[in-house]
Design a binder for this molecule. Structure first.
Ligand code: 5RP
Length: 248
């Protein structure tokens, strides 16, 4: 018989003083969506944090009459944004992008990033490269002092060259594995390529040099290292606070 049935009083439940009720991704996503101005061309990144950006943008379009045209960075974002009623255009239809809001898997103190957890790194980097301003939305766990310490670096490769690229990356001291999909085959990006998720046992000491070295391997389409592309980061916290940090 449970002890409390014998007459022992059950301690009353008290809420802890600091209740962590908020989803940091939602806090960051909603805050960044407020930065979008009417009349602008907006890049829409990919991932579960950007999902909240989409939700808030769709609300602002409905409720405030916010007028934007948006360029999605993946089929996933395109599908979600279309369902929510966000007006979309293709990259071919715009000369530049005023503001791109995207997520990250890791971001360091210089705003260098690892991206590509969702496999959209190539289109994300193309869109970031023509954006006047790139704002990154993250929870606090994504902020690191050294890239590569909490997340494997995704590298998009042409399937034909996969084995060659694996060997070259191993020679750099990393341990690449081929990303698999739920159906048991290799994961394919929106561009029909594969992803190697690369573990760097010591972390990534010089991200800019590594990006150049990876780009120089024939068969590498793009790496998930985003160097000097972010202008600001919005960090959402579980207590509902958001921080906006600007690049110097
Ligand atoms: C997709 C990405 C995402 O932005 C990154 O993986 C972060 O995703 P999430 O917000 O779901 O944690 O780079 O290619």
């Amino acid at each position: 018989m449970p002890w409390c049935w014998l007459g022992t009083p059950v301690a009353p439940y008290h809420e802890p003083a600091m209740v962590e009720k908020h989803n940091p991704k939602q806090v960051a996503g909603y805050r960044a969506a407020e930065m979008v101005q009417t009349g602008s061309v907006v890049g829409l990144g990919t991932g579960s944090t950007v999902f909240f950006v989409l939700i808030r943008l769709a609300e602002r379009i409905r409720e405030e009459g916010l007028e934007i045209t948006a360029v999605p960075t993946s089929v996933d974002t395109e599908t979600k944004a279309r369902e929510m009623g966000i007006p979309l255009v293709s990259l071919d239809e715009v000369g530049s992008i005023d503001l791109c809001i995207d997520g990250a898997d890791e971001i360091d103190g210089d705003f260098h990033m690892i991206k590509g957890g969702g496999g959209a790194l190539l289109r994300e980097k193309v869109v970031a490269s023509i954006s006047e301003r790139e704002v990154i939305v993250v929870g606090p766990e994504k902020v690191v002092s050294c890239l590569g310490t909490t997340f494997r670096l995704p590298v998009e490769v042409v399937p034909f060259a996969r084995s060659l690229v694996v060997r070259k990356i191993q020679l750099m001291g990393a341990e690449p594995i081929v990303r698999m999909s739920d159906n048991g085959g290799s994961f394919l990006t929106d561009n029909g390529n594969e992803i190697l998720d690369c573990h760097f046992p010591e972390g990534i000491d010089d991200p800019a040099a590594l990006e150049l070295a990876l780009d120089a391997i024939p068969g590498v389409v793009e790496s998930g290292l985003f160097i000097s592309l972010a202008h600001a980061v919005v960090i959402g916290h579980p207590d509902g606070r958001s921080q906006v940090l600007e690049k110097d």
